[in-house]
Design a binder for this molecule. Structure first.
Ligand code: G16
Ligand code: MG
Length: 217
Protein backbone atom coordinates (compact mmCIF):
# COMPACT_ATOMS: atom_id res chain seq x y z
CA UNK A 1 0.00 0.00 0.00
CA UNK A 2 1.23 3.50 -0.80
CA UNK A 3 1.78 5.63 2.26
CA UNK A 4 3.38 8.99 3.00
CA UNK A 5 4.77 10.64 6.11
CA UNK A 6 4.10 14.11 7.48
CA UNK A 7 6.56 15.28 10.12
CA UNK A 8 6.19 17.93 12.76
CA UNK A 9 9.42 19.93 13.15
CA UNK A 10 10.08 21.05 16.71
CA UNK A 11 10.41 18.01 18.98
CA UNK A 12 10.48 15.54 16.08
CA UNK A 13 13.19 16.57 13.58
CA UNK A 14 15.08 19.02 15.83
CA UNK A 15 14.78 20.34 19.38
CA UNK A 16 14.15 24.02 18.77
CA UNK A 17 12.01 24.19 21.93
CA UNK A 18 15.20 24.93 23.91
CA UNK A 19 15.81 28.07 21.81
CA UNK A 20 12.17 29.17 22.02
CA UNK A 21 12.53 28.75 25.80
CA UNK A 22 15.62 30.96 26.07
CA UNK A 23 14.01 33.71 24.02
CA UNK A 24 10.64 33.57 25.82
CA UNK A 25 12.37 33.48 29.22
CA UNK A 26 14.35 36.61 28.40
CA UNK A 27 11.15 38.36 27.41
CA UNK A 28 9.50 37.32 30.69
CA UNK A 29 12.51 38.60 32.66
CA UNK A 30 12.26 41.90 30.81
CA UNK A 31 8.55 42.09 31.70
CA UNK A 32 9.37 41.27 35.33
CA UNK A 33 8.26 37.68 35.95
CA UNK A 34 9.64 34.16 36.01
CA UNK A 35 9.18 31.73 33.11
CA UNK A 36 10.14 28.10 33.77
CA UNK A 37 10.75 24.99 31.66
CA UNK A 38 7.39 23.70 32.89
CA UNK A 39 5.76 26.85 31.52
CA UNK A 40 7.56 26.26 28.23
CA UNK A 41 5.77 22.91 27.85
CA UNK A 42 2.56 24.86 27.36
CA UNK A 43 4.00 26.55 24.27
CA UNK A 44 5.03 23.44 22.36
CA UNK A 45 3.28 23.15 19.00
CA UNK A 46 1.44 26.41 19.69
CA UNK A 47 1.62 29.35 17.25
CA UNK A 48 3.83 32.35 17.93
CA UNK A 49 1.02 34.77 18.82
CA UNK A 50 -0.78 32.19 20.97
CA UNK A 51 2.53 31.51 22.76
CA UNK A 52 2.86 35.20 23.65
CA UNK A 53 -0.69 35.23 24.98
CA UNK A 54 -0.02 32.21 27.20
CA UNK A 55 3.21 33.81 28.44
CA UNK A 56 1.48 37.12 29.26
CA UNK A 57 -1.20 35.19 31.10
CA UNK A 58 1.44 33.46 33.23
CA UNK A 59 2.95 36.83 34.15
CA UNK A 60 -0.47 38.48 34.49
CA UNK A 61 0.77 41.21 32.17
CA UNK A 62 -1.48 43.15 29.84
CA UNK A 63 -0.12 44.77 26.70
CA UNK A 64 -1.53 46.82 23.85
CA UNK A 65 -1.65 45.26 20.37
CA UNK A 66 1.24 47.49 19.37
CA UNK A 67 3.41 46.36 22.28
CA UNK A 68 2.56 42.72 21.54
CA UNK A 69 3.75 43.12 17.96
CA UNK A 70 6.96 44.76 19.15
CA UNK A 71 7.74 41.95 21.60
CA UNK A 72 6.90 39.27 19.03
CA UNK A 73 9.46 40.76 16.66
CA UNK A 74 12.03 41.05 19.46
CA UNK A 75 11.49 37.46 20.60
CA UNK A 76 11.71 36.14 17.06
CA UNK A 77 14.94 38.04 16.39
CA UNK A 78 16.53 36.51 19.46
CA UNK A 79 15.21 33.05 18.53
CA UNK A 80 16.65 33.45 15.02
CA UNK A 81 20.07 34.28 16.46
CA UNK A 82 20.08 30.70 17.84
CA UNK A 83 18.57 29.17 14.70
CA UNK A 84 21.22 30.78 12.54
CA UNK A 85 23.88 28.80 14.42
CA UNK A 86 22.16 25.43 13.89
CA UNK A 87 23.91 22.66 11.95
CA UNK A 88 23.10 19.09 10.90
CA UNK A 89 24.44 17.96 14.29
CA UNK A 90 21.14 19.07 15.78
CA UNK A 91 19.06 16.58 13.80
CA UNK A 92 17.55 14.36 16.49
CA UNK A 93 18.74 10.72 16.83
CA UNK A 94 16.85 8.33 14.57
CA UNK A 95 15.71 10.96 12.07
CA UNK A 96 18.43 10.49 9.45
CA UNK A 97 18.01 6.70 9.49
CA UNK A 98 14.26 7.07 9.06
CA UNK A 99 14.58 9.49 6.13
CA UNK A 100 17.13 7.17 4.50
CA UNK A 101 14.68 4.28 4.84
CA UNK A 102 11.83 6.34 3.35
CA UNK A 103 14.01 7.48 0.44
CA UNK A 104 15.14 3.90 -0.23
CA UNK A 105 11.51 2.75 -0.33
CA UNK A 106 10.25 5.69 -2.41
CA UNK A 107 7.99 6.88 0.39
CA UNK A 108 7.33 10.60 0.16
CA UNK A 109 7.37 12.89 3.16
CA UNK A 110 6.24 16.41 3.95
CA UNK A 111 6.70 18.82 6.84
CA UNK A 112 3.66 19.94 8.84
CA UNK A 113 4.84 22.56 11.32
CA UNK A 114 3.32 25.52 13.13
CA UNK A 115 6.59 27.41 12.76
CA UNK A 116 6.97 30.29 10.34
CA UNK A 117 10.71 29.70 10.58
CA UNK A 118 10.48 26.07 9.44
CA UNK A 119 12.04 26.52 5.95
CA UNK A 120 15.04 28.33 7.44
CA UNK A 121 15.53 25.68 10.13
CA UNK A 122 15.43 22.85 7.56
CA UNK A 123 17.90 24.76 5.42
CA UNK A 124 20.25 25.22 8.41
CA UNK A 125 20.29 21.50 9.28
CA UNK A 126 20.62 20.48 5.63
CA UNK A 127 17.24 18.75 5.23
CA UNK A 128 15.35 21.32 3.14
CA UNK A 129 15.81 19.65 -0.23
CA UNK A 130 14.81 16.19 0.98
CA UNK A 131 11.17 17.01 1.71
CA UNK A 132 8.63 16.60 -1.12
CA UNK A 133 6.46 19.34 0.37
CA UNK A 134 6.52 21.88 3.18
CA UNK A 135 3.56 23.21 5.13
CA UNK A 136 4.46 25.72 7.84
CA UNK A 137 3.04 28.56 9.91
CA UNK A 138 2.89 30.79 6.84
CA UNK A 139 0.49 28.44 5.02
CA UNK A 140 -2.18 27.83 7.62
CA UNK A 141 -4.97 29.98 9.00
CA UNK A 142 -6.05 27.54 11.73
CA UNK A 143 -3.52 26.27 14.26
CA UNK A 144 -3.23 22.69 15.55
CA UNK A 145 -5.39 20.95 16.88
CA UNK A 146 -7.19 22.04 13.72
CA UNK A 147 -6.25 19.45 11.06
CA UNK A 148 -5.63 22.08 8.34
CA UNK A 149 -1.83 21.86 8.40
CA UNK A 150 -1.83 18.10 7.79
CA UNK A 151 -4.67 18.16 5.24
CA UNK A 152 -2.74 20.70 3.17
CA UNK A 153 0.30 18.43 3.52
CA UNK A 154 -1.64 15.42 2.20
CA UNK A 155 -2.91 17.48 -0.72
CA UNK A 156 0.58 18.68 -1.59
CA UNK A 157 1.79 15.07 -1.52
CA UNK A 158 -1.20 14.01 -3.60
CA UNK A 159 -2.14 11.45 -0.95
CA UNK A 160 -5.40 10.51 0.73
CA UNK A 161 -5.41 11.47 4.45
CA UNK A 162 -5.99 7.86 5.52
CA UNK A 163 -2.72 6.86 3.84
CA UNK A 164 -0.67 9.49 5.69
CA UNK A 165 1.33 8.88 8.85
CA UNK A 166 1.85 11.96 11.03
CA UNK A 167 4.78 12.10 13.46
CA UNK A 168 4.07 14.50 16.35
CA UNK A 169 5.37 15.35 19.82
CA UNK A 170 2.61 17.71 20.96
CA UNK A 171 -0.90 16.87 22.21
CA UNK A 172 -2.44 19.45 19.88
CA UNK A 173 -0.55 17.91 16.95
CA UNK A 174 -1.71 14.38 17.75
CA UNK A 175 -5.29 15.68 17.94
CA UNK A 176 -4.88 17.45 14.61
CA UNK A 177 -3.62 14.24 12.98
CA UNK A 178 -6.53 12.19 14.26
CA UNK A 179 -9.04 14.89 13.21
CA UNK A 180 -7.43 14.71 9.75
CA UNK A 181 -8.19 10.96 9.72
CA UNK A 182 -4.49 10.09 9.59
CA UNK A 183 -2.35 7.55 11.42
CA UNK A 184 -0.31 9.16 14.16
CA UNK A 185 2.98 8.21 15.76
CA UNK A 186 3.53 10.15 18.98
CA UNK A 187 7.05 11.02 20.09
CA UNK A 188 7.40 11.41 23.85
CA UNK A 189 5.39 10.21 26.83
CA UNK A 190 2.70 7.59 26.07
CA UNK A 191 0.55 8.88 28.90
CA UNK A 192 0.54 12.39 27.51
CA UNK A 193 0.10 11.37 23.85
CA UNK A 194 -2.55 8.74 24.50
CA UNK A 195 -4.56 9.60 21.39
CA UNK A 196 -1.71 8.55 19.07
CA UNK A 197 -1.88 5.08 17.45
CA UNK A 198 1.57 4.26 18.76
CA UNK A 199 4.02 6.24 20.91
CA UNK A 200 7.82 6.04 20.83
CA UNK A 201 9.95 7.75 23.42
CA UNK A 202 12.09 9.19 20.64
CA UNK A 203 12.69 8.91 16.88
CA UNK A 204 14.89 5.82 17.26
CA UNK A 205 11.60 3.93 17.76
CA UNK A 206 11.26 3.73 13.97
CA UNK A 207 13.05 0.41 13.56
CA UNK A 208 13.09 -1.26 10.15
CA UNK A 209 10.92 -3.97 11.69
CA UNK A 210 8.23 -1.41 12.54
CA UNK A 211 8.51 0.26 9.13
CA UNK A 212 8.39 -3.00 7.18
CA UNK A 213 5.19 -3.94 9.01
CA UNK A 214 3.71 -0.51 8.35
CA UNK A 215 4.26 -0.56 4.59
CA UNK A 216 3.22 -4.19 4.16
CA UNK A 217 -0.07 -3.67 5.93
C1 G16 B 1 6.81 25.11 16.70
C2 G16 B 1 6.99 25.08 18.23
C3 G16 B 1 6.19 26.13 18.97
C4 G16 B 1 6.31 27.47 18.28
C5 G16 B 1 5.73 27.33 16.87
C6 G16 B 1 5.80 28.64 16.09
O1 G16 B 1 5.92 24.18 16.22
O2 G16 B 1 6.68 23.82 18.79
O3 G16 B 1 6.68 26.20 20.29
O4 G16 B 1 5.63 28.46 19.01
O5 G16 B 1 6.45 26.34 16.15
O6 G16 B 1 7.13 28.92 15.80
P1 G16 B 1 7.69 30.25 15.11
O7 G16 B 1 7.73 31.31 16.16
O8 G16 B 1 9.04 29.82 14.59
O9 G16 B 1 6.73 30.60 13.97
P2 G16 B 1 6.04 22.70 15.55
O10 G16 B 1 4.66 22.64 14.93
O11 G16 B 1 7.15 22.59 14.53
O12 G16 B 1 6.23 21.77 16.72
MG1 MG C 1 6.33 19.78 17.83
Amino acid sequence: KEIAFIFDLDGVIVDTAKYHFLAWRNLATQLGFEFTEAHNELLKGVSRIKSLEILLNIGKVQLSEEEKQKYLVQKNEEYLSFVNKMTSEEILPGVSNLLDYLDAHNIKYALGSASKNAPLILEKVGLYKRFSALVDGNDVSKAKPDPEVFLIGAKKLNMKPENCVVVEDAIAGVEAAKLANMKCVGIGDAEVLGKADVVFKDMTGFTSEFLNKLINN
